[in-house]
Design a protein around this ligand. Structure first.
Ligand SMILES: CSCCC(=O)C(=O)COP(=O)(O)O
Ligand SMILES: [Zn+2]
Length: 204
């Protein structure tokens, strides 16, 4: 059974995994896990928390209006709107946002064209694309300072069957039906970002 306690623990474990990879530098990033679909309730990191050493009190229970449920002196992530928009659109189980050098490089290299095409790579299977010569387009959106606009933009540009959107000069949002699926999708897209960047360097 999903409770705020069980889902908070999942958030802490996901943050540990992402921190160990170096994907949450300088308190950046935010992570959430669904607690209840109807009405929507989500366990999400608080704004400004050091995600390398998250404590229970750094995870907040929020509703669809981004209100904190229960007693806490903290505010939820500044990017909570993006999470809420994605939960509304996809009814997913977990959303991970991290900042990495490779997702930023790909954001810059392909941002003008609104996204990056990825074709015939084995790791597309980790995103659910098992067909021969699978091909996907990973959207890249501008880094709107208005976070309501950022949330709308990420959700609007998200493509069915491609569980990630890059935000230019900022980072990535990846999601899945479960925390494990969200993590797998994030790892796969991070691998692909690094691969595409290095391939460009090698080819010149
Ligand atoms: C310190 S990084 C700038 C804010 C950001 O992009 C981020 O992911 C962390 O924001 P939060 O409010 O979730 O801590
Ligand atoms: Zn961010």
């Amino acid at each position: 059974m999903k409770t705020f306690d069980t889902q908070s623990q999942q958030v802490i474990e996901l943050a540990q995994f992402c921190s160990d990879k170096g994907w949450l530098p300088a308190t950046s990033g935010n992570l959430s896990v669904l607690v209840d679909k109807d009405p929507l309730q989500v366990a999400i990191t608080r704004s400004g928390a050091d995600k390398q050493r998250l404590k229970r009190e750094d995870i907040l229970l929020i509703n669809e209006k981004m209100e904190v449920l229960g007693d806490s002196p903290f505010r939820p992530s500044a990017e909570t709107r993006v999470h809420i928009e994605l939960y509304r659109k996809y009814g997913c189980g977990s959303i991970l946002h991290v900042h990495t050098v490779f997702n930023n490089l790909i954001g810059e290299l392909y941002g003008e064209q609104g996204g990056v095409q990825v074709k015939g790579h084995e790791l597309l299977k980790a995103l659910g694309h098992w067909e021969e010569a699978a091909e996907i387009f990973i959207p890249i959106v501008p880094n709107w300072a208005d976070l309501d606009k950022l949330g709308q933009s990420v959700a609007e540009h998200a493509i069915h069957d491609v569980p990630a959107v890059l935000v230019r000069a900022h980072g990535i949002y990846a999601w899945g039906d479960t925390p494990d699926a969200a993590r797998r999708h994030l790892e796969a897209v991070e691998f692909i970002c690094e691969y595409l960047y290095r391939l460009r360097l090698v080819r010149g």
